[in-house]
Design a protein around this ligand. Structure first.
Ligand code: ADP
Length: 404
């Protein structure tokens, strides 16, 4: 059976999933795995479609010293031990830059172009591209597709896409890109099935995970995001501060003498829920903690979500529905309840029983703003894009859309 491999590579881990291609382009998840501890304590873990363990093995550090090595060890395991030989590979790539509003079939020219966006996402882009480059070298005939976290937001109105800086900076790429686009695209595509009453309207989707953002979606299209040039902006996150006056950064440099890399580490790793609580970046630990600073961090997280809802509703000139997704949004009834209280002035009223059950629709029947929980599936979105591009590529139709 044909399979598609989905790869999500970060600095210290490579996550992957395998999807079987069934009739009429349907996809069935077969396997999930990850190689983590790259360069420190490499470990391959994988599970099958029902969660049954498929692998858990440690490797010596020298065999998995970097992301390409992790990809090749995981790839060899899939190929040699499970006989999985994917017909195509779909990659999560954080930055598609100004030009990519949809996924793209990869060739060396595309890689060169995507490398140019590395300065726009220095912590992610090089790691996303590393397995792409090693697969291009080792399996040049294997179709690969890049799916971007920015693509879903590329049709924003120029007012939403600009900072108030000189146009020359906009032209060189300083724009409000927005992220988590694969998650928003997936949720937006699910809405007609799970929430038809709001699917065509003005909705806010809150992707609340370790990274957190919200997206204003009007008739299925992104019109505004809480994130901007990088994934630092917007809501407070596990370890990132969210919106912060750039004057604070200047202060850190000028008065505290911090270097660029120290400021970068600080903003990406030491702020957000972790910095505010001093306890943890993990919402479960904060919810379980008796430390008043943990409670304050949660209060702050919820407060900023409320503020940003106002901003996104203003961008759409109204609100017809609200959707929670990602780790916190899908699993924490308590955070959903607290956020909904902040939406009461807009007319949202949760049904506590449905909320506690993690039902799909968690608002009361009379709630002016229906509220939903829609589990996200970025990997399935990537697999679907990959399959679509693969079928376009193989299609004999000469009028098919060009993809690069
Ligand atoms: P990412 O994919 O960005 O790493 P996730 O979407 O998996 O993040 O979300 C991780 C966050 O979800 C963590 O803060 C974790 O504590 C939180 N989370 C997961 N399950 C629960 C739960 N049952 N209650 C509260 N928070 C949860």
């Amino acid at each position: 059976m044909d399979t598609i491999l989905v790869v999500n590579a970060g600095s210290s881990s490579v996550k992957f999933q395998v999807f079987a291609v069934e009739g009429e382009g349907r996809l069935r998840r077969q396997l999930k795995g990850q190689m983590d501890g790259i360069g420190s304590r490499p470990r391959l873990r994988a599970s099958g479609s029902s969660g049954e363990p498929a692998a858990d093995r440690a490797y010596p550090i020298e065999t998995v010293a970097d992301v390409p090595a992790a990809m090749s060890v995981a790839g060899a395991w899939l190929r040699d031990e499970l006989n999985i030989k994917p017909v195509a590979v779909g990659h999560r790539v954080v930055h598609g830059g100004p030009d990519h509003a949809r996924p793209v079939l990869i060739d060396p020219a595309v890689v060169t172009r995507l490398e140019r966006y590395a300065p726009l996402a220095p912590l992610h882009q090089p790691h996303n591209l590393a397995p792409i480059k090693s697969l291009l070298t080792n399996f040049p005939g294997l179709p690969q597709v890049a799916c971007f976290d920015t693509a879903f937001h590329r049709d924003h109105h120029p007012l939403a896409d600009h900072y108030a800086v000189p146009h020359a900076l906009y032209d060189e790429g300083i724009r409000r890109y927005g992220f988590h686009g694969l998650s928003y695209e997936y949720v937006s595509k699910r809405l007609p099935q799970v929430a038809p009453e709001i699917a065509g309207g003005r909705i806010i989707v809150a992707h609340l995970g370790s990274g957190a953002s919200m997206c204003a979606i009007k008739a299925g299209k992104s019109v505004e995001s809480t994130m901007g040039f990088t994934a630092l902006d917007g809501l407070a996150m596990g370890t990132r501060p969210g919106q912060i006056d750039p004057g604070v950064v200047l202060y850190m440099i000028a008065l505290k003498g911090m270097s660029v890399s120290q400021v970068q580490d600080f903003l990406y790793r030491d702020c957000g829920l972790k910095g505010l609580s001093g306890v943890s970046n993990d919402m479960r630990e904060l919810e379980a903690s008796a430390d008043p600073r943990a409670a304050f961090a949660i209060d702050y997280f919820v407060y900023r979500i409320g503020l940003n809802v106002g901003m996104l509703a203003a961008a759409m000139e109204g609100l017809d529905g609200f959707v929670f997704t990602a780790g916190i949004g899908e699993n924490s009834a308590s955070i959903r309840g607290r956020v909904a209280e902040r939406l009461a002035w807009l007319g949202a009223a949760l049904d506590p029983v449905e909320n506690a059950k993690h039902a799909t629709r968690i608002s009361r029947s009379g709630s002016r703003i229906p509220v939903y929980v829609v589990p996200t599936d970025e990997e399935l979105m990537i697999a679907q894009h990959t399959l679509t591009l693969l079928m376009n590529q193989q299609s004999p139709n000469p009028n098919r859309e060009r993809v690069s």
